[in-house]
Design a protein around this ligand. Structure first.
Ligand code: PFF
Length: 460
C-alpha cells in the first residue's frame, strides 16, 4: 500500500514538501497581491498569518497524515469509522484535482515561454502596434503575444500534454525515486536561480524605491479586506486545505518532528515569496513598469518579459526565469496529483502504475477543456466565467477554505483525546512548548477566520 512508502531522507522530505508549497502562488500570486494590497503593510499581515494560522493548520494536516498513514480521505475513515468525516478528505481530493486541471495549463504556458525564450521568438515583433512611447509599444507587443498564444487551440494543448507526460513520468517512478529525487535536484536549482535574480535586481537603478514599497509599511493601508487577502494568500501558498500536506505527511517516518518540519517548510516558502518581492519591485520601479499589469498572468507573461528586454542578455534572463517558474509549477503539480494517486492506491488497492494512469489520463481531457476555454470554447461559460476561471474560483475560494475549516474542527474537537498532542510530541518524546496556543488556534481562531475569508469571497 502507498501509505507504507516513506521519504528516504530528512532533506528529501523537506525538499518535497517545500516543492509542493512553492509554486505559482509564490512566484506570481504573492507579488501581485502585495502590489494590489498596498505593499509592505500587506507583507506584514501575510507574515503574521503564516505564523499565527498557517503553521498550526499545517500541523493539523501533518498530524492526520503522519498519524494514520493513509490518503486524505482514508485518514478520516481510520480515525472516525462509521462517521461522515471522510467527506472532508473527499472534498480535498476533488479540490486538488480540479486545481490540477487548470494549473497544468499554466505550467504548459510556462513551458511555451521558456521554449520561445530559447528560440528567441518571444522577442520577435508582432505584426502591428498602436503604442506611442517605447514602453507602450513594448507593452502592446507582449500583451498581443500572450493574447495570441493563449487563444489559439493547438499549441497550448500540446504544451499542456507535454507537462502531463513529464508529471506522469516522475509520478510513475514513485515517492522516493520520483518525487523525492526530483525535489532534491530541482529545489536547490530554484533557490540558486532566485538568488541570482535577487542579486541582479539589487543592481537595478531604482532598486531602493522598489524595496521601500515592499519593506516600509504604511499602516494606514491595513484594512479588513487587506487582512482577508493576506490570510487567503497564506493558505494558498502553504498548500493548505487540499489534502496535499495530509498525503505528503503520510510518507513521513514516525520519528519526523512535525513542529520543526512545519516551521522549516513555512519559513522556506516565505523566503521564496520574499525573494520574489526583492526581484519584482526593484524591476518594475526601475524599468518604468509601475502601474502596468502586475496581476496574475500579466505579471509573468507580459510585465517581466518587458523587464528582460531592457536588460543586457535578455534572452538568457528570460530562459532562466521561465525555468524557475517551470520548476516551481512542476513540483506543485506533482504534489496535487499525488493526492489522488494515494487515494486510488489506498481506497481501491490499485498498483502505483494503474493509479498514476487513472489520475493523469483523464486530465488529458479535463485540462484540454480548461485550455480550450481560453480559446475556441470561451463562449461556453459557467456563472459568467470560462471553465478555467470557474474552476479556479470554485476550488480555491470555496472548496479550499471549507476543507481547512472542517479539518480544524475535526482535529480540534472530535479527534480521539490526546491524538493531536501525541502526534506533535511523537508520543511525549519531543517537547512542544506551544501546544496549548496551537490547539487554541486550531479549535477557535482558524475556523472562525477562515469562515470570514469564505464569506467575504462568497458575498463580494
Ligand atoms: N502552494 C502551491 C502554490 O503556491 O502554487 C500549490 C498550490 C496551492 C496550487 C494552491 C494550487 C492552489 F490552489
Amino acid at each position: 500500500m502507498a501509505s507504507k512508502v516513506q521519504f528516504g531522507s530528512k532533506i528529501g522530505l523537506i525538499a518535497a514538501t517545500v516543492g509542493s508549497a512553492v509554486g505559482l502562488g509564490n512566484v506570481w500570486r504573492f507579488p501581485a497581491e502585495t502590489q494590489a494590497n498596498g505593499g509592505a503593510a500587506f507583507l506584514l499581515l501575510y507574515i503574521g498569518c503564516v505564523f499565527l494560522l498557517g503553521i498550526p493548520v499545517m500541523l493539523a494536516e501533518f498530524s492526520l497524515g503522519r498519524g494514520k498513514r493513509s490518503d486524505a480521505s482514508g485518514v478520516f475513515k481510520l480515525l472516525a469509522p462509521g462517521k461522515k468525516w471522510w467527506i472532508v478528505g473527499g472534498v480535498a481530493i476533488i479540490a486538488s484535482y480540479l486545481i490540477l486541471s487548470f494549473y497544468m495549463v499554466v505550467a504548459g504556458w510556462t513551458l511555451e515561454y521558456m521554449w520561445q525564450s530559447i528560440t528567441g521568438d518571444l522577442f520577435a515583433p508582432v505584426a502591428s502596434n498602436h503604442g506611442q512611447s517605447a514602453i507602450d509599444v513594448m507593452d502592446y507587443q507582449f500583451h498581443a503575444k500572450m493574447q495570441e498564444y493563449i487563444v489559439q487551440d493547438i499549441k497550448p494543448l500540446v504544451m499542456t500534454y507535454i507537462m502531463l507526460a513529464i508529471n506522469l513520468g516522475i509520478l510513475l517512478m514513485g515517492v522516493q525515486k520520483g518525487i523525492e529525487k526530483m525535489s532534491n535536484i530541482l529545489m536547490p536549482v530554484l533557490f540558486v536561480l532566485l538568488l541570482v535574480f535577487a542579486g541582479v535586481a539589487m543592481t537595478f537603478p531604482k532598486a531602493d524605491e522598489g524595496l521601500m514599497f515592499f519593506l516600509s509599511p504604511d499602516f494606514s493601508k491595513i484594512t479588513p479586506a487587506v487582512a482577508v487577502n493576506a490570510l487567503g494568500q497564506a493558505f494558498f501558498s502553504l498548500s493548505l486545505g487540499m489534502g496535499i500536506l495530509i498525503t505528503y505527511s503520510s510518507y513521513f517516518p514516525k520519528e519526523t518532528k512535525l513542529v520543526r518540519t512545519a516551521v522549516t517548510v513555512s519559513l522556506l516558502d516565505l523566503l521564496v515569496a520574499l525573494m520574489m518581492g526583492f526581484i519584482i519591485f526593484p524591476a518594475v520601479k526601475s524599468f518604468g513598469l509601475d502601474g502596468h499589469g502586475l496581476e496574475g498572468a500579466t505579471l509573468v507573461f507580459v510585465t517581466l518579459p518587458e523587464v528582460f528586454v531592457q536588460m543586457p542578455a535578455s534572452q538568457l534572463w528570460s530562459i532562466l526565469f521561465f525555468l524557475l517558474l517551470l520548476v516551481a509549477a512542476l513540483t506543485s503539480t506533482i504534489s496535487l496529483a499525488e493526492v489522488s494517486i494515494a487515494f486510488m492506491q489506498d481506497r481501491f488497492g490499485m498498483k502505483r502504475t494503474s493509479a498514476c494512469l487513472a489520475v493523469i489520463l483523464p486530465l488529458f481531457v479535463l485540462s484540454s477543456l480548461c485550455s480550450l476555454s481560453q480559446g475556441s470554447m470561451s463562449s461556453l461559460t459557467i456563472g459568467g466565467m470560462t471553465l478555467f476561471d470557474f474552476l479556479d474560483n470554485f476550488a480555491t475560494n470555496i472548496l479550499l477554505p471549507l476543507v481547512a475549516i472542517f479539518t480544524c474542527i475535526y482535529l480540534g474537537w472530535f479527534a480521539p483525546k490526546g491524538y493531536f498532542f501525541n502526534e506533535l510530541t511523537n508520543n511525549g518524546s519531543v517537547a512542544v512548548r506551544l501546544y496549548r496556543p496551537v490547539l487554541f488556534v486550531v479549535r477557535y481562531l482558524a475556523p472562525v477566520l477562515i469562515a470570514v475569508i469564505l464569506c467575504t469571497k462568497l458575498f463580494s
